[in-house]
Design a protein around this ligand. Structure first.
Ligand SMILES: [Zn+2]
Length: 260
């Protein structure tokens, strides 16, 4: 077995380069700025698309990585458009989990009937690979890497998820200071977003992140979910931990929002 790469704190997984920028790019950029080592694992190349090419999409993904500041970006090279949950896809992703040994895996999740079916399959692959990563007596299926248990799974829900999903628990991260970095990273995908399409996606992002943020007293926020309820050994600490860090929200042209 070759030597393992340096550990990552947080790894985010989605089918297509640009999915994670849109879903949680503000949080990934913020995590890096908070001192964490962050990785993005794209399950597929995202190609073919009408205006893209393999080389162009790779360049765009690398530009977006640099804008976010994320340390590692890996393409798992599973097939785009026909991405399916199955043993080989699970082995491939679990091998990367074993190599990079993240504390937290963020999996893009949700059914998107009006968009690519890869999104839902990618979520299933992410969940299964997180489980497979810890399995013993199967090292040959994971390139000889030793078992590794990923302690925490977090979902990044697709915003156009058609299901009314009853997540056990949700939380919102404050991305007020990284929203512009997020939008710049999305803008890097020129083959996917010409000026007109970028205006639409920017409107969608500002609306969704503005809505989620407003619910928690932030200018912009990104929504996440957990597969379990949040455990709270100390009720006061839990409640203070989430509310204690709220600074007065600054809006352009306004001093304060009228909220606590
Ligand atoms: Zn996608």
């Amino acid at each position: 077995m070759t030597e393992l790469p340096e550990r990552l704190d947080v790894v985010a997984v989605a089918p297509h380069p640009d999915d994670l920028e849109i879903l949680c790019g503000g949080t990934l950029a913020k995590l890096v700025r908070q001192g964490y080592r962050v990785g993005i694992f794209d399950l597929t190349s995202g190609e073919p698309t009408p205006r893209g090419s393999l080389e162009k999409r790779q360049q765009e993904a690398e530009t977006a990585r640099q804008i976010l500041g994320v340390q590692v970006r890996v393409n798992v090279a599973l097939p785009n458009r026909v991405l399916m949950d199955g043993p080989e896809a699970r082995f491939a992703l679990a091998t990367l989990f074993r190599q990079y040994r993240p504390s937290i895996v963020i999996v893009a999740m949700g059914r998107t009937p009006a968009a690519s079916p890869d999104h839902f399959q990618g979520g299933l692959i992410g969940e299964a690979a997180r489980f497979y990563s810890q399995l013993t007596k199967w090292d040959e299926r994971f390139d000889g890497t030793p078992p590794y248990r990923v302690p925490h799974l977090v979902y990044a829900p697709f915003p156009f998820d058609a299901e009314v999903r009853h997540w056990h628990s949700q939380f919102v991260t404050d991305i007020s200071d990284t929203i512009e970095i997020k939008l710049a990273a999305v803008r890097a995908y020129e083959s996917q977003f010409d000026t007109h399409r970028f205006q639409r996606v920017e409107h969608m992002i500002r609306s969704a992140n503005g809505f989620h943020g407003a619910r928690c007293g932030y200018l912009y926020g990104e929504l996440f979910a957990l597969p379990t309820p949040v455990g709270a050994p100390d009720l006061v600490q839990l409640v203070h931990g989430s509310k204690g860090s709220i600074a007065p929200v600054q809006l352009p042209g306004k001093d304060h929002l009228p909220m606590g």
